[in-house]
Ligand binder design. Structure first.
Ligand SMILES: Nc1ncnc2c1ncn2[C@@H]1O[C@H](COP(=O)(O)OP(=O)(O)OP(=O)(O)O)[C@@H](O)[C@H]1O
Ligand SMILES: Cc1cn([C@H]2C[C@H](O)[C@@H](COP(=O)(O)O)O2)c(=O)[nH]c1=O
Length: 214
């Protein structure tokens, strides 16, 4: 399957380990897109979640301990619903979709972090994102907030009660980070890597300067 721009709309995902700073910038980024493309609707969504069923699955996924394959299957089940109900209709209508996480998170967390084989993840990706024409629905742009695990952990511990993933140790988060970085190297035209050790102001300046190749 080939990965190309398949829709009149534009699909952007935000990625990174927990606490890397996605949420700090995603709302402002939405406003920036709205200002830059006033004739386009901007749809903001998230994974796991984004649909009523997906949000129910999110509650389970972020709370209940489960077998690794079960976890991956539920992530992709939520994603299939998300694509069918929200992402694909919006892209077909020419909208800009911004998703807080997408499939790179499954490769990073279930693959890199928990050790599910890339072959199984590739199969799930083809199954859930593959189209009738043999092409694969993918973000046009993925903004990856890259931060060492210990800095992310320190930031998280100041602000919230950890969910199931956030309770995992630094070794887990370093593996998650490395898988994100590996994927970014593999697909440099899709990924924009942000050095998330910078101040929020410097990160925001970088995001404002980002060129969108529609
Ligand atoms: N560049 C930064 N420098 C210092 N602190 C930051 C920076 N960016 C975000 N923070 C702080 O770090 C904490 C985590 O940030 P944020 O919630 O944006 O992370 P996140 O990547 O969205 O996490 P998650 O994916 O788990 O939701 C927040 O308290 C936020 O204020
Ligand atoms: C999509 C997706 C997510 N996860 C993990 C990553 C995070 O720990 C949580 C989501 O929490 P956030 O605060 O909304 O970022 O879920 C995952 O393991 N696999 C996935 O495919």
């Amino acid at each position: 399957m080939t990965k190309t721009s398949l829709y009149p709309g534009f699909f952007i995902s935000f990625e990174g380990i927990d606490g890397a700073g996605k949420s700090t910038h995603i709302e402002s980024f939405k406003k920036l897109m709205q200002e830059r493309y006033p004739d386009r609707e901007v749809v903001m969504t998230r994974e796991p979640g984004g649909t009523p069923l997906g949000e129910q699955l999110r509650n389970l996924l972020l709370d209940a301990p489960m077998n690794l394959e079960t976890e991956a299957l539920l992530m992709f089940a939520a994603r299939r619903e998300h694509i069918a109900q929200i992402i694909e209709p919006a892209l077909l209508a020419g909208k800009i979709v911004i998703s807080d996480r997408f499939t790179d998170a499954s490769f990073a967390y279930q693959g890199g972090g928990r050790g599910l084989s890339l072959a199984k993840l590739n199969d799930l990706e083809q199954w859930v994102q593959g189209r009738a024409d043999g092409k694969l629905l993918q973000p046009n742009l993925t903004i990856l907030f890259d931060l060492p695990g210990e800095i992310a952990q320190a930031r998280r511990s100041k602000v919230r009660t950890p969910d199931k993933f956030e309770k995992l140790d630094l070794v887990f988060f370093e593996k998650v980070r490395q898988e994100y970085l590996r994927r970014a190297l593999e697909d440099p035209s899709r990924f924009h890597k942000v050095d998330a050790t910078q101040t929020p102001e410097a990160i925001w300046n970088g995001l404002q300067a980002l060129e969108i190749n529609w």
